[in-house]
Design a protein around this ligand. Structure first.
Ligand code: ADP
Ligand code: MG
Length: 456
């Protein structure tokens, strides 16, 4: 298999002297070596988890020792157990409506997934956990809290609602986890998060997990972690090495059909689009090509989202058309292809979306469809992500679409300067074929219209 990504880890901050990194080769430890107790080891063994993943090896000992750990690793690297095992080890039985631990997550899907993943371990300890999020019956959540929940896994908005109604108190909380903290920041949840954290009385342990630890996250760490230690797994080591990546040049006329052909050859595929409306429309268009496709986005009801996800997990709907937010943090096994139907906003989004496949060391194919007008932005994203896979233009009947792994894409990105010149001469030919849209607006002044890449 070809390794599509340069070995250089993506570092989006100055390296701190106390940051530990680890490569996958050093994985000879066991969960027992990390200090996990026999009852939880039994659950791990039953699930077939014999070797801790790198982020788990790095963070579990410090988290068990009660330190305030921040962990940075890409999606699919095993962060849930990295915080979940120590959390369950350290959580005690709580009084009704006064949980001992809270895990804050950005989306309701993630709340459910974290709860599901941790339930067997909690059950082994006789601990109760509960997922609490908006868009679902508050009554049932209140009932559960009254019966006594030891670990609450919640989205910040609904948790604040419950706190305001006096249905729950965080005064007895001793353990806090902020999962996907960067996504909570991106979604504007930090004020909500801080409102919750501000109501906790007494000493707490705060674990924070995120794909990035810069910007707003750094401030959170400084404000809420008293005994901080930071660990990170360089993202390319964690998952991107197992990705195969293709960048396919398309036209607006051929794009749906090309996506359809790629989907038809995949077992389970997520197609990313930019907008809610775009998700609905593309699911319908793919449906018309004979595929079973469904959209998932933030405007669907909770029950609809859950049904769609269940259909997708079961395989009865093999094509999921998703917006970024709807798919964030989701874990569905066996996604073999991710399609960036609309190019990602930046390289971080590219990595987050792409991390839906090649999870837990499996391999996966990531395809970005690129309109002529998007070439420059996509090249910028590749450069920022340390990827050097060239864009290959294809027509909808190109047989290479049906077996993307069977051919190797060209390596090397165009130089920015000569690239601009090349595009200038290529543009009229493409325009001659159709639309006649102005193409050069985004290239003028030497910066892309989004401007996010040249700045670095
Ligand atoms: P992240 O939160 O970093 O995106 P997850 O915690 O969802 O990643 O883990 C990704 C997948 O890997 C899940 O299916 C999880 O059950 C599995 N997994 C986690 N740790 C291990 C392990 N040590 N061995 C095997 N599979 C694991
Ligand atoms: Mg996670």
């Amino acid at each position: 298999m070809s390794i599509a990504t340069s070995p250089r880890p993506i570092v989006d901050h100055e390296p701190d002297p106390d940051v530990a990194t680890l490569s996958l080769e050093e994985g000879a430890t066991t969960f027992a070596d990390l200090g996990v107790s026999p009852d939880l080891l039994a659950v791990l063994a039953k699930r077939g988890f014999t070797q801790p993943f790198p982020i788990q090896t790095l963070t579990i000992p410090d988290a068990l020792a009660g330190r305030d750990v921040s962990g940075k690793a890409q999606t699919g690297s095993g962060k849930t157990l990295a915080f979940g095992l120590p959390l369950i080890e350290r959580t005690k039985t709580a009084k009704p409506r006064r949980p001992h631990a809270i895990v804050l997550v950005p989306t309701r899907e993630l709340a459910n997934q974290v709860a599901e993943e941790l339930t067997p371990y909690a059950a082994a300890r006789g601990l109760w956990l509960c997922a609490i999020y908006g868009g679902a019956s508050m009554f049932r959540q209140v009932q559960a809290l009254r019966q006594g929940v030891d670990i609450v896994i919640a989205t910040p908005g609904r948790l604040n609602d419950l706190l305001e109604r006096g249905e729950m108190s965080v005064s007895a909380v001793k353990n806090v986890v902020l999962d996907e903290a960067d996504q909570m920041a991106d979604m504007g949840f930090l004020p909500q998060v801080e409102r919750i954290l501000g109501q906790i009385e007494g000493e707490t342990q705060t674990l924070l997990f995120s794909a990035t630890l810069d910007g707003a996250i750094r401030t959170l760490v400084q404000r809420y972690q008293k005994d901080p230690v930071r660990h990170e797994v360089a993202s390319t080591q964690a998952t991107v090495d197992t990705l195969e990546q293709r960048f396919i040049g398309v036209t607006s006329d051929s794009k749906v059909e090309i996506a359809s052909r790629i989907c038809s050859a995949a077992k389970r595929v997520i197609v990313f689009v930019r907008t809610t409306h775009g998700a609905d429309r593309l699911a319908e268009q793919l449906g018309r090509t004979g595929l079973r496709a469904a959209a998932i986005h933030g405007r669907l009801s909770q029950s609809k989202r859950e049904r769609t996800l269940a259909d997708f997990s079961r395989g009865s709907v093999p094509v999921l058309v998703a917006t970024n937010v709807a798919a964030r943090g989701l874990h569905v096994d066996g996604i073999d292809v991710v399609i960036h139907y609309d190019p990602p906003e930046d390289h971080k989004v590219y990595l987050h979306r792409s991390g839906r496949t090649a999870r837990a060391g499996e391999s996966g194919m990531v395809v970005t469809l690129v309109l002529p007008i998007e070439e420059r932005d996509v090249t910028g994203i590749e450069r920022a992500a340390g990827i050097d896979v060239g864009i290959v233009s294809m027509a909808a009947d190109d047989t290479r679409l049906l077996d993307l792994a069977s051919w190797d894409p060209p390596r090397g990105l165009p130089e920015v300067a000569s690239y601009s010149r090349g595009r200038a001469s290529a543009a009229p030919a493409r325009n001659g074929g159709g639309g006649g849209r102005p193409r050069r607006g985004g290239y003028s002044g030497g910066g892309s219209s989004r401007g996010g890449y040249s700045r670095r």
